[in-house]
Design a protein around this ligand. Structure first.
Ligand code: SF4
Length: 375
């Protein structure tokens, strides 16, 4: 099973109104201190042999906006990863980027450092929709960023899109899909907008300044994305993810296939050898722990073999191919699990075929509640 390394960069230039991630508005002094702490965290894990000598197959920079860090800072982190853990030949090295935060020079430096996949937060091609959620940008800016990335040598380019934005219509969503396809990405992620507590969007909704995303409209938008992208030659391989053949995101596949990963940075989560653990969220507490040569781990939970198998099934169900249906270690039927699966099948949410279970079309709409019932 491949092993992944996730780096959480907790900085953005501004906060989008729908975003509930842990992050700070970027400041150079904070970013520099964060990078030093992160390099220290990698060194401590290497000293403890947390990865037991296994090399990294996928390295993913998320956040936040990783490209708020300078190319020098990003390259130092990759180099430290190589030094501390070793990167497999042909490792996928991926980063999320805001289209406005990259230049020709930045992108060339990243390719030279080994980055081979980039994911731009496009969200929408409609400037009014973007302004409404505090994320001013334009279709021209995303087009420019994609061209620069391709010219710099990135051949694997993802665009993140959101549907259900305030004021968005089925027509404007269709236009966004068409604009995204015209940029010829290798991968597209289409996420339904959800309203998270304590976000600016949630406050606006309470005040009546915005309207709640309409569930039926979002379903229609999801269907439109599925049919338009499939017609354009993309494979839907996960509920929200589409790729050209051969371009599935290896790092995200690792999560859905129950693989091991080490997460570094404030609030990052890890799963290694049946043990789940997470870092403190607060940036100062994170740095303080590392200043004292302590790992900033807040909570650790060891999963029983059965919990591990159940989780693997639940995550695997997000994949369109579904997952091998095997829970009891002994191979004996697990009556409680069987009963839950049977009930979900009777409600038309999952289907079982040739030893695999998968979500039905209806089940994909209710994937979160299916997961809750199975865990
Ligand atoms: S760019 Fe991404 S991480 Fe940053 S505020 Fe917006 S949604 Fe959140």
């Amino acid at each position: 099973m491949p092993l992944g390394l996730y780096i959480h960069v907790p900085f953005c230039r501004t906060r989008c109104h729908f975003c509930a991630f842990y992050l700070h508005i970027h400041r150079e002094d904070k970013a520099q201190a964060f990078v030093e702490a992160l390099l220290c965290e990698m060194r401590l894990h290497a000293l403890r042999n947390s990865l037991e000598g296994r090399r990294i197959e996928t390295l993913y920079f998320g956040g936040g906006t990783p490209t708020t860090l300078s190319p020098d800072q990003l390259c130092r982190i990759v180099e430290q990863g190589r030094r501390c853990f070793g990167l497999a030949d042909h490792a996928e090295i991926s980063l999320e980027a805001h289209p406005d935060s990259v230049t020709e020079e930045t992108l060339q430096r990243l390719v030279q450092a080994g980055f081979n996949r980039i994911s731009f937060g496009m969200q929408s091609s409609d400037e009014t929709e973007l302004v409404q959620v505090g994320r001013p940008s334009s279709a021209a800016q995303i087009g420019r960023a994609v061209s620069l990335a391709r010219a710099a040598g990135f051949s694997d380019i993802n665009l993140d899109l959101i549907y259900g934005l305030p004021g968005q219509t089925l027509d404007s969503w269709t236009a966004t899909l068409d604009e995204a396809l015209a940029l010829e990405p290798t991968h597209l992620s289409c996420y339904a907008l959800t309203v998270e507590a304590r976000t600016r969007l949630a406050i606006d909704l309470r005040r009546g300044d915005r309207t709640e995303p309409d569930a039926e409209l979002q379903n229609a938008m999801e269907d439109e994305a599925a049919s338009r992208l499939t017609d354009a030659g993309f494979q839907r391989y996960e509920i929200s993810n589409y790729c050209r053949p051969g371009y599935a995101c290896r790092h995200n596949l690792l999560y859905w296939q129950g693989g091991d990963y080490l997460g570094l940075g404030p609030s990052a989560q890890s799963y290694l050898a049946g043990c789940r653990f997470g870092n403190v969220e607060d940036l100062d507490a994170y740095r303080q722990a590392l200043t004292e040569d302590r790992l900033p781990i807040l909570e650790t939970e060891r999963l029983s073999p059965e919990q591990q198998r159940r989780e693997a099934v639940v995550f695997g169900l997000r994949l369109l191919d579904g997952v091998v249906f095997r829970v009891a270690e002994t191979g004996e039927p697990d009556s409680d699990w069987d009963l839950r699966v049977t009930r979900l099948a009777e409600r038309g949410l999952i289907e079982e075929r040739a030893g695999r279970i998968k979500l039905t079309d209806l089940g994909r709409r209710h994937a979160d509640s299916v997961a809750v019932e199975l865990l």
